[in-house]
Design a protein around this ligand. Sequence first.
Ligand SMILES: C=C(OP(=O)(O)O)C(=O)O
Ligand SMILES: [Mg+2]
Length: 434
Amino acid sequence: MSSTAPSGIQDVLHGGRLSITSVRAEQVLDSRGWPTISVALTLDDGSVHEAAAPAGASTGAFEAVELRDDAPEYSGRGVLNAVAGVEGAVAATLTATPWDGIRQLDDALRELDGTPNLARLGANAIVAVSMAASRGFAHLAGVPLYVWIAAQTGSDPLMPVPHFNVLNGGAHAANDLDFQEFMIAPVGVGSEQDAVRAGSETYHALQAAVRDQFHTAGLGDEGGFAPPIANPVQALDLLVAAIATAGYTTDQVKVAIDPAANGFYLGDGNYQVDGRRLDRRQLVDYYDGLLGDYPIWSLEDGMAENDFEGWQLLFERVGDRAQVMGDDLFVTDPARIRQGAAEHYANSALIKVNQIGTVSQTFDAIAAARENDMTCMVSHRSGETPDTFIADLVVGTGVGQIKSGAPARGERVAKYNRLMSIERSEPRLRYGLR
Ligand SMILES: C=C(OP(=O)(O)O)C(=O)O
Ligand SMILES: [Mg+2]
């Protein structure tokens, strides 16, 4: 544990039993304007702890599933059934007994749901309850959420490198760009403050270029620009030019991409990128070329979630030069991460709390990655709320990387602002990659 933790790790681990007196849930809107669920837990000391579920658009087939209403309202995407489940069965369970720890509470939620993928109560309902309960436990321990998370996971807190998604394509934008995310990562600056500044300055340099060249500043779901381009090379040229225009070198600010290859997988080992059909070997050649030509340090979901042969080819070719990361491949599932390590699919795992559904299983996913010398990046979803849980999660687990979209739009910057606030409150925390 870091020297930054308050005195007595046992106090943090066992701040007391969580006595929940009431559970409230409601339907609110996410950043795409679709309903999501927000939960508030009241404790016996009168304190209230809230959390809201995010929602993905390019979801993996093996994720825990959301519960959406089968009703005409909100095109069937309402969450009133999820709300009713939380205020009914979940509330009855949570208020029946005090809770010793988050794992005990999460296990009870899973048992109550009774399905492997949380389909009955909904992963959206359960994740919001689990995050709100974590805040309750941190409150009992009298420490910031990230300190409680560090104690739960035996981690050294670390300020992460933010990965700003500044050009959007795929399922997150209306353009013809097959690759979903083009991110800038200030790996070579000295602090979170400096990283946010680099992200903001590069974002604005890019904005000027996009306006100038395409006469538009239209945005994708994560706040990045979505100009009418189709070729990933054109996107990377824009990015590298913006980094230089903003006055940074590519040692200071590198690039990360999430092609989200499920979105352009044709099946049978074939993909379609910018109108060209590529088999898995040709796609690996293509990535290899991009890694040679551009300062790309991290490549997420380069292959489709079921193209295991493709993952092995990709990892063998570029795994010594780049972070090869599984998102839809691993879905924050400890068992899938372990299997991926054993089969040499990747050296990194993306971490999304709502993919697995509970906070304690998210800790398990990070532990599984660590056991196998894999890195992790904590991630938002494309549909978000101003909830900042993931900012504390990334600092507390000390994994050193986060992605939360563009450095613009309230639901994205809430996380970056929380990171800077943690850094201001604890300036001794180191910034950088793990
Ligand atoms: C954040 C992502 O998108 P979504 O939330 O739509 O799955 C992603 O694919 O990494
Ligand atoms: Mg992804």
